[in-house]
Design a protein around this ligand. Sequence first.
Ligand SMILES: Cc1cc2nc3c(=O)[nH]c(=O)nc-3n(C[C@H](O)[C@H](O)[C@H](O)COP(=O)(O)O)c2cc1C
Length: 456
Amino acid sequence: MDDEGVHEAVVREAFRQRWLVLGRRRPRHAEAAAEEGGERSGERAGQCVTGIQGRCHAHSCLRFWTKDRDAVSSRAIRKCAIYGFPGDGINGEVPGDQWQKEGDGGMAQDAATPWHVEASRYPATGPDIDKYRFLLRYAILAPSSHNTQPWLFRVFDDHLEVIADRSRALPVVDPIDRELVISCGAAIGMIRASLLRFGYSGDIELLPDSADKDLLARVKLGSPHEPTLADQARFAAITRRRSTRRKFEDGPLPPGLAEELGELAQVDELELAVITGSEAKSDVAELVAEADREQHKDPEFRKELSEWLTSRRTSSRDGMSLASFGAPDILSSVGGFIIRTLDVGRRVAANDKLLASNSPALVVIATRDDSPRDWLAAGMMHVTALLAVTARGLTAAYLNQPIELAKSRPRLKVLAGVSGVPQLLFRIGRGPAVKPAVRRDLEEVLVRSPPARVKP
Ligand SMILES: Cc1cc2nc3c(=O)[nH]c(=O)nc-3n(C[C@H](O)[C@H](O)[C@H](O)COP(=O)(O)O)c2cc1C
């Protein structure tokens, strides 16, 4: 069965399950399925959740939703995986819940929120599989673009796997899944920081299967490692790290921090530039402002952003609260609507310009090339840097807009004086305490190995 056929099978199943199918375009097969009694809701940009490799026009149009957005994405992928993928031979059967989310081995009850993890509960004397599960409690606290949390994990007796959840892609702001992969790299970085703290060197193989682009890493414990004080401090910072989109205090960076960040980048063979001069900071700030204006002009960008903005009153476990942007509570419920319908680019630009130029330092991380392997490395390295910053009592906020726009990325490269490709831009400094952003529970992102496929 070709891509189109798989897609049709998934759409039919979606209608059978009475999921809402939302799409920018109205593909022929969705219309046909709708005639069979499916439910359809308004036109909305979305990305195919079938997880089929590559992008095809038929796939870029649909997204399935139930009342619970998270559940439907993973279910749709699961169902699709059970149907099979192009070339595998598809039997159209949905054999129950064979590929289910895995339980957590009884560890859920101690955590009121995913941010509440007690290192003392690490199963040091337990089987390795319990250790892998425990490490993932830290992985899910990683930052991610729009807080999409685009990761899935599989745990085995002797290793764990990190898988890209492309149903959580941001096709407008991140059309080639660059930031999606960086976000997964950030989760791998959190696993690495936890491994070091719990006495393992970590053995991380990036992109271990050339035939499976979604399998981003295979992680083993590695050899015994004596945790250094820095390892312990960075690990302890995992649950305290926040993206703080507020004004930072004026004043210099703590002595030695810029050097520490530079050394961390060298370990991962990446480039890191710390910009502290006022003129250089205002040049970068101007670039950020330009990118803000440009991005907000695009209704598709605003629509996508608004879909990931949440009100304080919702129980959503992904996306960004408007409060995290400093919006007053009264605006929380209407903020998404405002962003979607009005071009507030000038206002956003003016605000970001002030925030960027008045922060003690701007940091740019660059890689040699611009491949998924580079993105993973940037994701891993930058969270190590963020943890080092947090360990010193500072905080950070991303300003990735000039990197997201193809035309401003080369200009940032020049301003930052890096020879490679800029992947991340953030500001660092002392900021006010802010609430942690929401997270999905570990149980939601743990998947079992897919069942063996039956060849026709
Ligand atoms: C690759 C990447 C790009 C990001 N870009 C931006 C950005 O341009 N602006 C911003 O405010 N936050 C950005 N973020 C931060 C996320 O929005 C943030 O991590 C998420 O909302 C969760 O919040 P937390 O970091 O406080 O846990 C980015 C994060 C990642 C990993």
